[in-house]
Design a protein around this ligand. Structure first.
Ligand code: RUG
Length: 829
């Protein structure tokens, strides 16, 4: 009876602390309990890694508590929710970020100290969660942090790859890839939900079935796998809200295929079932060449299907009419990777929920929004029709039907302009007939956005021009942002403390516009002194890391000049290296007495090349070959060092960015959709040497061009320069540094030949030769500014002060208000 239940509930409440306590002795007891009972080591003997595990579990308990409350609160309030679908999330480490967002970092540090452990040392034990390639994936992670902090009712959905992005090992200067089996030692930051599973179907046939006097389509799948949820709680800062990143893992289906078990080949039947797991086994390490691989398509559909089943189930828990769906659900497509979701929603509504086609289409048109992250039309995904037909036969039919209706409408609007119709079609007829995923996403989404203002301009005037002319209202831009929690508070604690001290508040951690308050102090000598001190400490930390990793000793008095990002021709790491060769050559040819005037530099380059991207791999080798030469040349000494940091990832970035004086964002204008590294350096008071590309254009507007070092062809000049290509005059210095590489000055003459060919003889697509002169001038200006430490420090302070606009809090607020139509839903404390 009711009385009995309430006695039981009361008893349960009595047994429970409402909130886990966070005083030092409670934390110590928790940690030791986890050592003993979770990690199963004796509390009298455990090492740093075991201590980290126990610590992580104790933090996890606190996360779970908040997470439960948040989910219950969301359920009760039933607000409109945003579902962020992304095939990639680069979360990096979770420990420091979690305790900082929970507001209990100092308590943990004190508690650990008494037990004889350093918080920072234990934090170093954690490996990165690297379920993504680069900018796009880290952006998703920053946005999750902002969604949680700003109390939005949000869910992230993605794939739980068993192998994250490969580990990069450098042997003899060459990149080698090793698997990242990141789950080897368990993952305390996720919660396995063995009961949250959905079947996902593949292959098979589509049949017509009689239904209500008419016909309907039934998909008879040929394969079934199970998607199991793994929940990663994402805590907000200064709020109890803790949202969910739900990642799916593939497991063999519970529905036993009797056929294969009855053949008597029991072992093989089991082994076949095991193959299901390969779907979520490995992240594709190539961030922009789509090869039409079946496994990739399977991954996309697998995560989309499981996520939508989950989303629809949640909707149906409290609603019975699908017409209300758009009032409760917003679906964000992070690039084209999840765009099969469009066909899947149609399939579920029509085939399973039996809505008529038009009603379903009306719903679909209101729920999807699409972000594209690329500039190049060839960067857009295409799926061969044959592949889709065999893997997802019903989805292909649906896409054809969508396309048919859409093209009919289009003809009414634009007439029979067949060129344009064929460009705008979702289906591409060609040698390989294929589905253009971007076109599908544009046609079916209510908004399409680029990730910086100039990127959006390119979309409107080039990449998606036809669509923009048809639906101008669909297009807008949301300039990317990064979270200051991770990129200042977690990774640069001394700068964080300094900022709070000078602003007299910590409120900037949630309201980053307050950083502008530093502007008034930009000339204050006391601030200058403290600012330089903080920067020096960070440089010392970085110098220690460099020495430990490469044996190279660097001087902290030198300018630390950093370029860290994926290796791509358009990002022009090669321009950087050729500039370094030029600097080296100048020093070599200088009178000894003149060398005292040289501003010492430590050039740091880091980044991974996609395993199949030959030229990018050669760039890495060249960097290492040049480093070998320079670093061992006694003529040069501390005046110039070159360091290639292996296995660049989120936690390496957290160490390198605070220690950088100068950072390079030097893509050929018109190629970087946005860039987000520039924002992280800016926040940390690092000066930018950059081209006017992507979001850098907006950074210039915030801090002024005097506050950075700009160079290079402008975006509108690039197309004409390319046409002129072979007739362009290239500076002598450029020819001469390329000659050094060609002539084998750094060894490996044959190997580098094709690399040199890429930038000479009219092949210089990315305009390295054309931009070289102005690049060297920008570098010289940076040297000059560095000598004047007061000026430099002022510029540095103004960089941080002007970085407010580039917080992902601002980006997320724009999405929430303009695109998703959602409101905060704050869980009471
Ligand atoms: O290359 C872009 C960056 O410019 C951008 O800042 C980042 C986040 O929007 O996304 C990167 N990107 C693009 N990563 N993968 C792609 C392929 O579409």
């Amino acid at each position: 009876g009711g009385g009995e239940t309430s006695v039981r509930v009361e008893r349960m409440f009595g047994l429970m602390d409402r909130f886990l306590k966070s005083d030092p002795s409670s934390l110590q007891k928790d940690i030791l309990d986890h050592v003993e009972y979770t990690v199963a080591r004796s509390r009298f003997s455990f090492d740093d890694f075991e201590a980290y595990q126990a610590l992580a579990h104790s933090v996890r308990d606190r996360l779970i508590e908040r997470w439960h409350d948040t989910q219950i609160h969301f359920k009760k309030k039933d607000p409109k929710r945003i579902y962020f679908l992304s095939l990639e999330f680069l979360m990096g480490r979770s420990l420091s970020n979690s305790v900082i967002n929970l507001g209990i970092r100092d308590q943990y540090a004190d508690a650990l100290k008494e037990l004889g452990f350093e918080f920072e040392v234990l934090a170093e034990q954690e490996g990165d969660a690297a379920l993504g390639n680069g900018g796009l994936a880290r952006l998703s992670a920053c946005q999750m942090d902002s969604l949680a902090t700003m109390d939005y009712p949000a869910w992230g959905y993605g794939l739980r790859y068993q192998y994250g992005l490969f580990r990069q090992v450098i042997l003899d200067g060459y990149q080698h890839e090793q698997p990242d089996y990141w789950l080897n030692f368990g993952n305390p930051w996720e919660i396995e939900r063995v009961h949250v599973t959905y079947p996902v179907k593949f292959y098979g046939t589509v049949e017509d079935e009689n239904f209500n006097g008419g016909k309907r389509k039934v998909w008879l799948p040929g394969e079934m796998v199970e998607a199991v949820a793994y929940d990663n709680p994402i805590p907000g800062h200064g709020t109890r809200n803790t949202i969910t990143l739900r990642l799916w893992a593939a497991k063999p289906s519970d529905q036993i295929d009797m056929e294969s078990f009855n053949t008597g080949d029991y072992i093989n039947a089991v082994v076949n079932r095991q193959r299901a797991e390969t779907i979520s086994s490995v992240l594709y390490p190539d961030d922009r060449s789509y090869q039409g691989k079946e496994l990739r398509l399977k991954q996309q559909y697998f995560f989309v299907s499981a996520s939508l089943q989950d989303i629809i189930r949640r909707f149906k828990d409290s609603h019975s009419n699908f017409d209300d769906f758009p009032e409760k659900v917003a679906l964000q497509l992070n690039d084209t990777h999840p765009s099969l979701a469009i066909a899947e929603v149609m399939r579920v509504l029509v085939d399973e929920e039996h809505l008529d086609w038009n009603r379903a289409w009306g719903i679909v048109c209101k729920i999807f929004s699409f972000t594209t992250h690329t500039v190049l039309p060839e960067g857009l995904e295409k799926v061969p029709v044959d592949l889709l037909e065999s893997l997802l036969p019903r989805h292909l039919q649906i896409i054809y039907d969508i396309n048919f209706d859409y093209i009919e409408e289009l003809k009414k609007k634009i007439g029979l302009d067949y060129d344009r119709l064929s460009r705008m079609s979702i289906v591409e007829d060609g040698a390989v007939k294929s589905i253009r995923m971007a076109n599908l996403a544009i046609v079916c989404s209510h908004t399409v956005n680029g990730v910086s203002r100039v990127h959006s301009e390119l979309l409107k005037t080039r990449v998606f021009k036809d669509f923009y002319e048809l639906w101008p209202h669909k297009f807008d831009y949301k300039t990317n942002g990064v979270t200051q929690r991770r990129w200042i508070v977690v990774s640069n604690p001394s700068l964080s403390a300094l900022i709070s001290k000078w602003l007299g508040t910590e409120a900037w951690i949630r309201d980053v516009d307050l950083l502008a308050g530093l502007q008034e102090q930009a000339a204050n000598v006391d601030l200058h002194e403290e600012w330089r001190m903080v920067r020096k400490v960070n440089k010392m930390r970085l110098a220690e890391y460099i020495e430990a990793m490469s044996g190279i000793k660097v001087s902290v008095n030198a300018m630390f000049d950093v370029q860290i990002k994926r290796i791509h021709e358009y990002k022009r790491q090669l321009l950087n290296i050729l500039g370094i060769i030029h600097r080296y050559d100048c020093i070599k040819n200088m009178e000894k007495s003149d060398r005292t005037k040289v501003v010492p530099r430590v050039c740091i380059i880091g980044g991974k090349a996609a395993p199949g991207y030959e030229i990018a791999k050669k760039i890495i080798k060249l960097c290492n070959a040049v480093a070998e030469k320079i670093n061992n040349d006694p003529d040069v000494g501390d005046l110039l060092k070159l360091v290639f940091i292996p296995d660049y990832n989120v936690s390496v970035a957290e160490l390198v960015i605070p220690g950088a004086d100068l950072s390079q964002h030097i893509s050929t204008a018109g190629h970087e959709a946005s860039g987000t590294g520039n924002m992280k350096f800016l926040m940390n008071g690092c000066l930018l040497l950059a081209t006017e590309d992507g979001s850098t254009v907006e950074i210039i507007e915030e801090i002024g061009e005097d506050n950075m070092f700009l160079f290079g062809a402008k975006m509108h000049e690039v197309p004409a320069l390319r046409v002129k290509g072979p007739t362009l005059k290239v500076p002598l210095q450029f020819a001469s540094v390329v000659r050094m590489v060609r002539d084998g000055y750094f060894g490996f003459q044959d190997y580098f030949e094709s690399l040199c060919d890429k930038v000479e003889g009219g092949n210089d697509f990315y305009l390295l030769g054309y931009d070289f002169q102005s690049y060297l001038e920008a570098q010289a200006a940076a040297d000059k500014a560095f000598v004047d430490q007061e000026k430099w420090t002022r510029m540095s302070i103004l960089s941080t002060a002007g970085s407010g606009r580039f917080s992902s809090d601002r980006t997320i607020e724009e999405y929430a208000e303009k695109t998703w139509g959602i409101e905060p839903c704050k869980c009471p404390f």
